[in-house]
Ligand binder design. Structure first.
Ligand SMILES: Nc1ncnc2c1ncn2[C@@H]1O[C@H](COP(=O)(O)OP(=O)(O)O)[C@@H](O)[C@H]1O
Ligand SMILES: [Mg+2]
Length: 357
């Protein structure tokens, strides 16, 4: 029996195009003797378009953009549960979506309501991981080392802007980073070294969210670790990101494409071990499942800070997460298979839970 795998990709997000590249790569890597591939393309407007079952890899992402396809309502997926016994539904959903409306628990919540098995993190981990303030508060409670931070909601800032800037200067100082709480891909993020820049950075970040975070800026290397598993998560080797720009901004992530990835990262073994320990602690602090990429800062004097976790990290074969696993001995097709198995394991466990006395 082949696994009927539904791929969800595209999406109403700044990372729409990355998601298309991911879908193309995942389709190319899937063993067609084991999987039937059912694509669902989500347009930048948020419409869900069902495409025909795919029986071969695609050459171009254009083949995956069913702009004139059959538009379906997301909850049309629900019919797949009742029909799966009849061989019509899906056995597993793989959301290949990044950022808001995909990586933030919204799609996961819908899949939970429909009782559909899916790959990756659940509602809680996805939404907590998307909100940098909530994530950092949970990490702080777990004793995970982080840079100093503070946050504001728009109305507090509007009520007294000067007071907001003063408190940032007092609590955090310069240089600092100002970020929308719920975004990703470095959108709306600024580095500030003066009151003037701080005011501009607030204006900018508040365009993207009603909540922003302000962090102490550190001069540090950026090291990342992949975590894979459910109750017994495992770590990959660490990798280092070396952006050409001052920091790893939107342009260096998606436009230049020449940011260097060094795998394995050249760090002392005790540093790598400590990071792995923190990566697992972070995974557990957010109650993650399936996968996360844990991103660290490593300062010149050897201090390790957790920066963030990504609950659906970049997933093309050239992205950090799959490359980390490749260097750890898990190639791309095997990684995809493991993620599907982990999703199924979590789903089956959930089916054993009693809902009434
Ligand atoms: N506190 C900080 N100190 C130094 N650099 C930072 C800090 N916060 C962010 N950066 C830089 O900005 C980049 C993007 O920030 P990050 O918090 O990872 O946001 P995103 O979720 O968009 O990836 C980081 O990869 C790093 O280069
Ligand atoms: Mg980041």
């Amino acid at each position: 029996m082949k696994t009927k795998l539904c791929l969800l990709y595209g999406g109403k997000s700044a990372e729409h195009n990355v998601s298309l590249q991911t879908a193309k790569a995942v389709i190319g890597a899937l063993d067609l003797n084991k999987f039937d591939i059912h694509p669902i393309f989500i347009s930048t407007e948020g419409e869900w378009m069902k495409g025909p079952q795919l029986n071969a890899p695609v050459k171009d992402v254009k083949e995956l953009q069913f702009n004139n396809g059959e538009e379906i309502s997301p909850n049309a997926l629900s019919t797949s549960i009742s029909s799966s016994e009849k061989g019509e539904g899906y056995d597993m959903i793989f959301p290949l979506l990044h950022g808001p409306n995909g990586e933030d628990g919204t799609v996961q919540g819908m899949l939970e309501l429909l009782n559909l098995p899916y790959v990756g993190n659940g509602v809680l981990a996805s939404s907590a991981g998307m909100d940098k303030v909530i994530m950092k508060n949970l990490f702080a409670q777990a004793g995970i080392p982080q840079v100093n931070y503070t946050w504001f909601i728009r109305s507090t800032w509007k009520a007294n802007e000067e007071q907001a800037y003063e408190s940032v200067e007092k609590e955090i100082g310069y240089p600092c980073f100002v970020k929308p709480a719920n975004l990703g891909s470095s959108v709306g993020i600024s580095k500030c070294s003066s009151r003037d820049e701080l005011a501009k950075a607030f204006q900018e970040a508040f365009q993207f969210d009603r909540k922003i975070i302000i962090e102490e800026g550190v001069k540090a290397r950026e090291i990342e670790i992949g975590v894979l598993g459910n109750d017994q998560p495992q770590c990959s080797v660490p990798g280092e990101i070396v952006p050409k720009t001052d920091f790893y901004d939107y342009k260096s992530k998606y436009e230049d494409g020449d940011t260097a990835l060094i795998i394995p990262a050249e760090v002392e073994e005790d540093v790598a071990d400590k990071m792995k320990e923190i990566a697992i602690q972070s995974f557990k602090a957010l109650d993650c499942s399936g996968l996360v990429r844990a991103d660290f800062f490593l300062t010149e004097d050897g201090r390790i800070y957790m920066n963030e976790v990504n609950t659906m990290p970049g997933f093309t074969p050239y992205s950090m997460f799959p490359l980390l696993w490749k260097h750890t001995g898990v190639d791309y097709p095997t990684l995809i298979g493991k993620l599907v198995d982990l999703g199924l394991e979590r789903y089956q466990e959930k089916q054993t839970i009693k809902h009434t006395m």
